[in-house]
Design a protein around this ligand. Structure first.
Ligand code: SF4
Length: 170
């Protein structure tokens, strides 16, 4: 059975920086959940950060790949460097995904860990810029495709194409 890694906050876990969740009411996600396909994960909590926590952003909106390459840090509004926790969480997400045979992930858009199309630009002024979070970048570098919660139909199409190619049951 194809398993799908999903941001824990999209499944109702109150793990976001502000102590809340961002529960998705998407029907496909609900069906996959009922089928037992979902692997719930929060990279920031698993990386050792508390709930709640300051809303960190990647310096200069550089993107997750730059963080993984040691070329950008992740900072809180007060300037505290939380890069190590984010990278640790990303590595753990990859390990969990690989151990469960995950090839597709649905992660919360906009997050410095989970964003896939956009992230905050590092100014801490609520401005976004195109880019990926750290976990997304690491997953995609390892062949796992990441979709935001607003692209779940696209994720389903991609999953179906994978299953057609490999013959795995859906
Ligand atoms: Fe949600 Fe990802 Fe942020 Fe955790 S790190 S709260 S899973 S967006």
């Amino acid at each position: 059975m194809e398993r799908i890694l999903v941001s824990a906050c999209l499944l109702g876990s109150r793990v976001r920086y502000d102590g809340g969740a961002k529960t998705s009411d998407d029907e496909l996600l609900a069906r996959w959940r009922a089928e037992g396909r979902l692997v719930r994960f929060c990279p920031e909590v698993e990386g050792g950060l508390p709930v709640p926590r300051p809303p960190a952003e990647i310096e200069g909106g550089a993107g997750g790949a730059a963080v993984l390459a040691g070329e950008a840090r992740i900072l809180t509004p007060e300037g505290d460097d939380v890069t190590a926790a984010f990278v640790s969480g990303a590595r753990q997400a990859l390990a969990v995904a690989q151990s469960r045979g995950v090839r597709v992930a649905i992660l919360k858009e906009g997050s410095p860990s989970c964003g896939s199309l956009r992230i905050y630009d590092g100014s801490h002024r609520g401005r976004t810029t195109p880019g990926q979070g750290v976990t997304t970048a690491l997953l995609e570098l390892n062949g796992i495709r990441v979709f935001g919660e607003d692209r779940i139909p696209e994720a389903a199409q991609y999953l179906a194409s994978l299953v057609r190619e490999t013959g795995d049951p859906t």
